[in-house]
Design a protein around this ligand. Structure first.
Ligand SMILES: [Zn+2]
Ligand SMILES: [Zn+2]
Ligand SMILES: [Zn+2]
Length: 773
């Protein structure tokens, strides 16, 4: 046997991913010292660089630990090393300071919920951080929302104005400390403070007294603006019917559900039915709002989520939240601090100006928020977690592309639920949720986010990808920039975003069902079957196009689509009988629907979202909606009590080659006829809603499977806002799987327009790109 003699080896190791500002260097330091290795570790513009020397097996062990035992907030994308021939001659192992002034390429990490270690300090009497609402360490705390520029260092954050006290500085400087280089490190002596103001910005109380006064006011039914990590919340006692109704009135929000904060998992279980996915999401460091089915008979006021049997729950994610929840001991409404659809308020002046008139007091603090960041929203579908709104806690974590970007890209997204994305090399970064650009304040936030994201990730765009819709403000913005514009069709972007979500490449059959997106033929698409990859797409099938009477009015007033689809299914006479019951303006709408409008030809749409609206209106749910997708959401809720195997299966027609460019057409007219017939017969609306879901879902899958086979494809990608309807998504997925196909369903990228910039960026970065046929 050969003798076991240690053999020395020297390696240079490159670690990429989210590895800065997350305690990675001290982690490497501790492990290297424990393994008795020499060398150094440093942050540079590409991530973390390590040189290490010592016993061969131990050097290999360190390299293994880099990905297997990384600190909780680190996301290691790759670990590569070269073996160096010469000895390094290091003295021990050292952490070397970062070099400034390079092109940034290292990821800034998302904001992260208070870790267990910090929380125990906050609740431990006698600890120097007892009761301190801004306690954090390298394993937790704010990141993205406080970063002004990179490299991520204290002077480049909104903590720059706070000089650390001697004790905090000592922690910050000690490689063995949990707070080594924790940029937002602070304590009650040197750090940010909370204060309570009246709506006119007169100071009422500060620090601990402010927290006590805040809790007292909430418990007395008052409404307060409360500053958090990514912006202000409007807070109220969720069990106080009067307070919730008053908040709805002041916020000018009719029906859209309010999110709730509860103290812990136990409290969440009291309110909602939670599966393991939902529980995991609730306690994850991202701390999103989790949508889950509410239990009957809880103390939560009905008006928190009227007409919807889901609640949006989240757990505390800052020490301040933990302290507050311990004081009030009841669920709180914590709704985005805005009026109606404005962007969430994040600057103090803005909060007092815009929220002051809505609240009884304002709880502020003096740590500025650089980037406003709404709470994220996820849903546990029973099969997977699915992102609904990707923002705080997730942005700006990068997606790894399946190839190297051919060009640096800025993608400006859609009009509603806007996000922006950038891509270079093998990374794609999507911004926080920005919102609906039709509001001026949101558009300004969009412009700011665009330049911030480019600066943070060192992007000098070769192309700016945008939607084809000429009227989107994001499109107009892109065309005004000095970079080469690149138009990406809306539904192509949806399908590409689903490929990024699954790190897939190659051609798939994409089914994109959503509200409305601008098509290449200038009609409004939204029920599309595309043979697609990053290079391009072919529209091989679509829903039967019908009129969109009144354009945007048809979105707000689903009865218009109900009339249109009734005319399409049963003709003018049946539509006339229905119209008389629906709305005094029915005659004009019917003329447009039948193509007899005197005011010129109507826009046509193949939108699946508008079809759901129509059926919801026929079932008596909604003649008008107060938020986008409301009718479709309520249609899904209506069908819920009916088990899938007890649902009728209404039929839809598939007509081969009857569509644009000889595409196949999915004609739901027979489905709509069946709905009307069942209703006429007095059938249970829940059963009819279930039958509609089953019929449309199975027909969609049947056409999808047929098209996939015809084009030699084994994978189908499902995208677009309609696939947020879990029942519908499950029906389509099951039927496609039964046909032997692989089905891609969204997980980390939202299926709705929040994912559009991701798809645009991937197509522009990886595809044939501008100028290609
Ligand atoms: Zn911590
Ligand atoms: Zn301090
Ligand atoms: Zn869309």
């Amino acid at each position: 046997m050969a003798p076991l003699r240690p053999r020395p080896e020297r390696r240079r190791v490159r670690v990429t991913g989210t590895v800065q500002g997350v305690g990675f260097r001290p982690f490497v330091y501790r492990e290297a010292v424990a393994l008795d290795l020499a060398g150094f570790v440093l942050n540079d513009s590409s991530g973390v660089l390590i040189e290490v020397e010592g016993d061969e097996a131990r050097v290999a062990e360190l390299c293994r630990l880099l990905s297997s035992s990384a600190p909780p907030l680190a996301r290691v994308t790759s670990v590569h090393w070269d073996v160096l021939a010469e000895a390094g001659g290091y003295e021990g192992f050292r952490i070397i300071e970062s070099e400034a002034g390079q092109v940034p390429n290292a990821a800034v990490s998302p904001d992260s919920a208070t870790c267990g270690d910090c929380l125990s300090e906050v609740v431990e009497p006698g600890n120097r951080r007892y009761g301190y609402p801004f306690t954090n360490c390298t394993n937790c705390g704010p990141r993205y929302t406080i970063v002004l520029s990179v490299p991520y260092d204290r002077p480049a954050t909104t903590m720059a104005g706070f000089k650390m006290c001697a004790e905090c500085q000592a922690e910050y400087d000690d490689p063995a400390d949990r707070r080594f280089h924790a940029q937002p490190n602070a304590c009650a002596v040197c750090g940010p403070r909370i204060a309570l103001y009246d709506p006119g910005r007169r100071l009422l109380s500060a620090s601990g007294a402010a927290l006590a006064a805040l809790a007292e006011m909430l418990c007395a039914g008052k409404i307060l603006a409360v500053k958090g990590i990514g912006g202000y919340h409007l807070a109220a006692d969720a069990t106080d019917r009067g307070a919730v109704a008053e908040l709805r009135r002041r916020k000018a929000r009719d029906d859209k559900p309010f999110a709730l904060m509860v103290a812990d998992l136990e409290a969440a279980r009291e309110l909602c039915v939670l599966d393991p996915d939902a529980e995991a999401a609730l306690i994850s460091v991202a701390r999103p709002i989790v949508l889950a089915r509410r239990k009957p008979g809880t103390a939560v006021a009905e008006a928190v989520a009227p007409g919807v049997d889901d609640l949006g729950l989240m757990l505390p994610y800052t020490p301040f939240h933990h302290l507050l929840m311990a004081e009030v001991r009841r669920p709180l409404v914590m709704s985005s601090g805005n009026r109606s659809d404005d962007p969430i308020a994040h600057a103090d002046e803005e909060a007092f100006a815009r929220l002051g008139p809505l609240v009884d007091a304002v709880l502020a603090h003096d740590r500025p928020i650089h980037i406003r960041c709404d709470d994220s929203v996820v849903r546990a579908t029973g099969r997977r977690l699915q992102m609904v709104r990707r923002s705080r806690g997730f942005a700006p974590e990068a997606f790894t592309l399946t190839g190297r970007a051919r060009r640096q890209v800025l993608a400006v997204g859609a009009e509603l639920k806007n996000t922006v994305s950038v891509a270079k090399e093998s990374q794609l970064v999507c911004s926080h949720h920005i919102g609906d650009l039709e509001h001026l304040a949101t558009f300004e936030a969009f412009v700011q986010a665009t330049s911030h994201l480019c600066r943070l990730f060192g992007i000098e765009p070769d192309v700016v990808a945008h939607d084809m819709h000429p009227e989107y403000l994001s499109t107009k913005f892109a065309l005004d920039l000095d970079f080469e514009p690149f138009a990406v069709q809306h539904h192509h972007a949806h399908i590409a975003s689903c490929l990024v979500d699954h790190a897939r490449t190659g051609t798939v059959l994409g089914i994109a069902f959503d509200g409305l997106g601008y098509g290449t033929d200038a009609t409004m698409w939204g029920g599309e079957f595309l043979v697609a990859d990053f290079d391009g797409f072919e529209r091989v099938g679509h829903l039967r196009p019908v009129a969109l009477p009144g354009g945007a009015a048809a979105i707000r007033e689903p009865w218009r689509m109900a009339l249109t689809w009734t005319a399409a299914a049963l003709g003018a006479e049946a539509a006339t009988r229905l119209g008389e019951k629906l709305d005094p303006r029915w005659e004009q709408v019917l003329r447009i629907a039948l193509g007899e409008g005197g005011s010129g030809p109507s826009v046509l749409t193949s939108s699946a979202g508008r079809l759901f609206d129509a059926v919801a209106a026929l079932l008596g749910l909604r003649k008008k909606v107060t938020y986008e997708g409301q009718a479709a959401i309520e249609l899904e809720m209506l069908a819920r009590p009916v088990p899938r195997d007890e649902a009728p299966r209404y039929q839809a027609d598939i007509v081969e080659g009857a569509g644009a460019g000889l595409a196949d057409v999915l004609d739901p007219a027979p489905l709509v006829a069946a709905v009307l017939e069942e209703l006429g017969r007095g059938s249970d609306p829940s059963v009819v809603a279930a039958g509609f879901h089953e019929g449309l879902g199975r027909a969609t899958a049947a056409l999808g499977a047929r098209l996939a086979r015809r084009h030699g494809l084994d994978t189908v990608a499902l995208s677009g806002g309609v696939f947020q309807n879990v029942r519908f998504s499950d029906i389509v997925e099951d039927a496609l799987v039964a046909e032997g196909l692989t089905v891609l369903v969204h997980r980390d990228v939202p299926p709705n327009d929040g994912g559009i910039s991701v798809g645009q960026a991937a197509i522009a970065a990886l595809g044939a790109g501008p100028g290609a046929a």
